[in-house]
Design a protein around this ligand. Structure first.
Ligand code: URA
Length: 210
């Protein structure tokens, strides 16, 4: 991946995203759409994975057939909303290793603080895909990527559903080596840090909390 930002403008992605944005969409439907859309986004973010070949026997003859090269990739969910994207991506890449990063915002310093960190071994040898549906201010995403780099990751991609220009700029400044794949780049953040037009709080919408 060379571009810093890829917007997946596939008609199915855009249609499903519109349904997800609608306030009237139920939790169950929202979750199902997120699962479907995450697979389409995963298709895009894995488009240029390194390949090799392996000799196989078809019922007809022997051939050298293409297979993925290298160690199993690592999917890292940024809690808690990342789990909604994770499920769909895992269905597409069932052998991926999985990690979790939990961060909360300190109300005084407003800085992200780590409360959970568990990632697969040998991150340095894997393609690492960090997933979080909403790239808003970019502060927690940039902090999560910092932690992954400290744990050894050198080849990281970031998968989200919606991005704000502010978040993309923050990530570009902090991690210019991390390509971002998203379904849409929205207008801006509002005064509370929500993406507009956006879809509201992704975690609340997928888990039915308020
Ligand atoms: N997180 C969300 O869930 N929604 C936003 O709009 C911004 C951050």
């Amino acid at each position: 991946m060379t571009d810093h930002l890829t917007i997946v403008d596939h008609p199915l992605v855009q249609h499903k995203l519109t349904l997800m944005r609608e306030a009237a969409t139920s939790t169950a439907v929202f979750r199902q759409l997120l699962r479907e859309i995450s697979q389409l986004l995963a298709y895009e973010i894995t488009r240029n994975l390194p390949m090799t070949t392996r000799p196989i026997e078809t019922p007809m003859q022997a051939m050298d057939a293409p297979v993925l090269d290298g160690k199993k990739l690592a999917l890292i969910s940024i809690l808690r909303a990342g789990n909604g994207l994770l499920d769909g991506v895992l269905e597409l890449i069932p052998s991926a290793r999985v990690g979790f990063v939990g961060l909360y915002r300190d109300e005084e310093t407003l800085k992200p603080v780590q409360y959970y960190f568990k990632v697969p071994e040998s991150l340095e040898d894997r393609l690492v895909i960090a997933v979080d549906p909403m790239l808003a201010t970019g502060n927690s995403s940039a902090a999560a990527i910092d932690l992954l780099k400290k744990a050894g990751a050198t080849n990281i991609r970031f998968l989200c559903l919606l991005a704000a220009p502010e978040g993309v700029a923050r990530m570009k400044e902090a991690h210019p080596d991390v390509p971002i794949v998203t379904a849409a780049l929205d207008e801006r953040l509002n005064e509370k840090g929500y993406i507009v037009p956006g879809l509201g709080d992704a975690g609340d919408r997928m888990f039915g909390t308020k």
